[in-house]
Ligand binder design. Structure first.
Ligand code: SAM
Ligand code: SF4
Length: 321
């Protein structure tokens, strides 16, 4: 379906849980993590109903996210259910990779097409500082396992943060010399509690071009997303830049987000939400109509970076990125 600005919306990101096995400092507050009531979280059959309606409106690609999607029990059955819906072309997943090595085979067998793995540092100590509890080796093992069994292309998402990991740009780039992965540098966004210290840590993805002057621009994009791709000479992998603030790509926005508690977010950076639960659970209102309404409410552009702008009602772990 086209939104009010003639953009074709064909991609839905679905957060299946707000729970996580990590505590990344920019995504979750240190204290006062607000957990959804289990009764508010959509059951798999409810998610499948939303996807079926979405497909009728032109959605063809689904990404599962969280919190951490791999900690929701039976995630394979959801993947299988989504893949069985006629009109679905691709099911992918964004994960922190802690459980990936163990689950990659069953995910692939369930029909998962590919994964994005979040990895903000290659140093075990720094990785632990950022995630508060994570083990970097498990992520690397997970990536290798995916490549081994052909759960690819694997994209490695790195949120760039000044004074935290901007000294690792070259190290991440070297990863593309030895592994056929796409390392994507993503700009930190002022979402939820991260809005408060965002200015101190934000750094434009342009710094990657300064630090890696030999990058060659790739002609093709991968998956129709917002990243601009490059490659180092002789590299087997690619490097992507996602500059949500420095290079606004809202004119190409093709997505909506479904939160774990059943709300459609037409725009990542807006507090505007359309609650599907009354239609899903109480027969109040029509699901297709509510979904179409949410798509039509997509704003022309986000307001991140503009004075006074702030996404307040959710942290990223409650949206899914
Ligand atoms: N737990 C999974 C993971 O970490 O991949 C999926 C959910 S996580 C919220 C999805 C993505 O959002 C991750 O790549 C994470 O780095 C990113 N993210 C979280 N907070 C962010 C922020 N303030 N700015 C930019 N990206 C953020
Ligand atoms: Fe969890 Fe992902 Fe947020 Fe880290 S970025 S706390 S792994 S949801």
């Amino acid at each position: 379906m086209q939104d009010s600005y003639n953009r074709q919306v064909e991609y839905m990101r679905i957060s299946v849980t707000d729970r996580c096995n990590l505590r990344c400092f920019y995504c979750m507050p240190e204290q006062g993590i607000c957990k959804m009531d289990h009764r508010d979280v959509l059951r798999y059959e409810e998610i499948l109903r939303v996807v079926r309606e979405g497909v009728r409106l032109g959605i063809s690609r689904i990404r599962l996210t969280g919190g951490e999607p791999l900690i929701r029990p039976g995630i394979e059955s959801l993947i299988r259910g989504i893949k069985a819906i006629e009109g679905i072309q691709e099911v992918s997943l964004t994960t922190n990779g802690q459980l990936l090595a163990d689950m990659a085979e069953s995910l692939k067998e369930a029909g998962l097409d590919r994964v994005n793995v979040s990895l903000d540092s290659l140093s075990p100590e720094k990785y632990k500082e950022i995630t508060r509890v994570g083990d970097v080796q498990r992520v690397l093992d997970g990536i290798k396992k995916c490549l081994e069994i052909g759960l690819s292309p694997v994209k490695v998402n790195v949120v760039l943060m000044k004074g935290i990991n901007d000294d690792e740009i070259e190290a991440f780039a070297r990863l593309t010399m030895i592994l056929p992965v796409s390392v994507r540098f993503i700009e930190l966004m002022p979402i939820g509690h991260a809005s408060h210290w965002f200015k101190k840590r934000y750094i434009s993805t342009d710094i990657v071009l300064d630090k890696l002057p030999h990058l060659i621009r790739e002609g093709k994009t991968i998956g129709g997303g917002p990243a601009v791709y490059y490659r180092l000479p002789e590299a087997v992998g690619t490097i992507g830049l996602i500059g949500a603030l420095s290079h606004n790509f809202c004119d190409r926005c093709n997505r909506v987000r479904l939160t774990a508690d059943g709300r459609i977010k037409p725009c990542l950076h807006s507090d505007l939400e359309v609650d599907l639960k009354p239609a899903l659970r109480e027969g109040r209102g029509d699901l297709a109509h509510e979904l179409a309404r949410a798509i039509s409410l997509k704003p022309e552009s986000h307001s991140m970076g503009q004075a006074g702008s702030m996404n307040g009602n959710r942290d990223m772990y409650q949206i899914g990125g």
